[in-house]
Each structure stands twice: as C-alpha cells, then as structure tokens.
Design a protein around this ligand. Structure first.
Ligand code: CO
Ligand code: CO
Ligand code: CO
Length: 330
C-alpha cells in the first residue's frame, strides 16, 4: 500500500495492541520491520509477514526472492529466523509445474537460512502472489530497531539501490533476465550475514530498505530515533545500468508515491530529478540500513563485502535533530 494510505488505516486500530502486560517489545507504532513479543527475560518472538507479485518471469528465482524478502524483516530486527508459513495466491490456469518451481525456490532459501517450513495457505487469485510469514527469536536486549540510531554514528547500506527500475524495465520488455543478473542476485541474497555482523558490532539502530525506498526507511529511522540524517548521493551504491533505466523513465508508481509522501520530511534540493528517483526507488529484498559507531564502520564493511559480489557502502551520518529536515541528501 502507498505509505500515506497505510498510516491512515492503521490509525483506526489500537485496542488489540494496548500492551497492558508490557510484553510487546516492538509493536507497529514505530514502523519497524517485525513485531517483537517477550517470552522470557532471555527470549522474545520476532514475527513478520510479506508477500508480493513476481518481479521476474523465472518461477524458481521468484520463489527465492520472496523467501529472502520475508526473512529479511527478522534479520533486520537482529533476530534468528526459525519457522515459516507460506502464503500464495495462484491463478486457476497457472501450470502446476510453475507453482512447484516457485515453492522449490522458496524452500531453497529457507534451507539456506536454516528455517523450517511448517505449512501455509493458498487461495485462487487472478494475480499471482507469494510470500511467507516468518517467526524468529531474539534476545530482548539485542533487538535492533528504527529507534536505536545515535548522533555521531555513520550509516551503512548493505546492498546497492535500483531493483524497482530494473524490474520495471523487465516488465516492459526492454531487457531480459540476463541483463539484470546483478539485481536478481542481490534480491536473492539473504541479509543473514549483515544481521550477524550487526550483532557482532553491537548495532542498535537499523532496518531493511524495502518498499518505501531509501527515502522512506531513512525518514523512519530518523523519526523513531529522534535525530536527523545526512546522506551523500555520490556514496550510494547502485547496480549496473540503474542510471540508464532511470533516465529512460522506467520508474514505477511506487517511486512517485514515496517521493510525495516522504518528500515533506526531506531536503532533496541538491539533487537532480534522476537522483531523486534513485533515492525513492522501492526495493524488493533490499539491503540493511544501519547506524554504527564510526570507528567500527570500516571493519564491518570489510567483513560484509569480503567474498561477496554484492557490496555495501558507508552512505552518510546521524546528526542532531534538525527542525528543517529529517533526512538531507548532499
Ligand atoms: Co522491513
Ligand atoms: Co523498515
Ligand atoms: Co516487510
């Protein structure tokens, strides 16, 4: 859903999430990736659900991406995923072989993540959709949230930007899967290592960058942490051909929705129109955006990028809350 519409419908809720016993450690009010519910002083449940329409015509790859994307919200909270339930909407005339391939792709990533599939639910749906609800565990003192970023820290983004403009180019038919290999590899890549490193380096503030784009998720991080953020456009990692896709106008409606909704909280006056499109590009199975102490950032990145074809980067810093903007791009 578009970000403004989502917050509008959510604002009508409240009765079921009063948290009278204090066991809701993270509810939906802080715009975090997953909910966290305390089981004991040493264990909390992390729960999330995510499903979407195909970003590729290859069913196995789509299954892999759907699983990596769903798992990501548990990783983003610093949790370890344990179990999964799949959710699918499949057209009646879709070949059973294709559905099997989608499920096999999903299973492939669940196995890689060491996650057990417990079951699922499917409905008949004219528009194909697939994804998972994931349950994981986290120590209550090791939860990573949107509210944990501190002034003076630097920001790391663990994957390049530009999955939505590539998926749009693919949908229009101006490129084939082989032309956007890098983007597909990135969407398939689990945020497992990034999550493990966040715990190793004591990161407290972070999220994954998904549908709201870097613009939305950086605004959420700044808002919940009560700080402002400065991002350097030149430091943003991008995929092959991303600028070409943006210049050709392969930007989905989501990009414009993100710009409109989060534009009021951002100072993008230094950017060209194309740069704004990149900053607001919705990501599918995007990277982690995290705030880390400056003296640890280089070692974190070195460990993250070592042996990986998908490279993260230091992209900005956390500054004192500024009344004029939550996020400024330089
Ligand atoms: Co998320
Ligand atoms: Co988020
Ligand atoms: Co999500």
């Amino acid at each position: 859903m578009a970000p403004g519409r989502l917050s509008q419908v959510l604002s009508k809720l409240g009765g079921s999430c009063k948290n009278e016993d204090g066991k809701i450690l993270v509810g939906f009010d802080t715009m975090d990736d997953a909910g966290v519910y305390e089981l004991s002083s040493s264990q909390a449940l992390v729960q999330t659900v995510d499903f979407f329409t195909p970003v590729t015509d290859d069913p196995f790859t789509f299954g892999q991406i759907a699983a990596a994307n769903s798992l990501s919200d548990v990783y983003a909270m610093g949790g370890v995923p344990l179990t999964a339930l799949s959710i699918g909407g499949f057209p009646d005339d879709l070949d059973s072989e294709i559905i099997s391939e989608i499920l096999r792709g999903g299973e492939d990533k669940l196995i890689e993540a060491n996650v057990t599939l417990l079951g699922g639910h499917t409905v008949s749906d004219p528009e194909l959709k697939y994804g998972f609800s994931i349950t994981g565990l986290v120590h209550p003192k090791e939860i990573i949230t949107n509210s944990g970023a501190n002034v003076g820290q630097v920001l790391i983004l663990t994957k390049p930007l530009g999955t939505a403009c590539a998926a749009t180019a693919l949908k229009i038919g101006v490129v084939v899967e082989d032309d956007i290999r890098e983007q597909l590899e990135s969407m398939k890549l689990l945020n497992k290592d990034g999550s493990r490193l966040m715990q190793k380096y004591g990161v407290k503030g972070g999220t994954d960058v998904t549908g709201f784009g870097l613009i939305g998720h950086s605004v959420e991080l700044a808002t919940s942490s009560n700080v402002s953020i400065e991002i350097e456009m030149k430091k943003l990692p991008v995929f092959n051909r991303t600028w070409e896709f943006i210049k050709e106008g392969y930007t989905p409606q989501g990009t414009k929705n993100n710009l409109r909704h989060f534009g009021v909280d951002t100072d993008l006056s230094a950017l060209t129109d194309d740069e704004k499109m990149l900053f607001a590009d919705p990501q599918t199975s995007g990277g982690l955006l995290l705030a880390i102490d400056e003296d640890k950032a280089e070692s974190f990145l070195k460990e993250l990028n070592e042996g990986s074809i998908i490279k993260g980067a230091i992209i900005g810093r956390v500054i004192e809350k500024n009344e004029d903007f939550k996020v400024k791009v330089l």
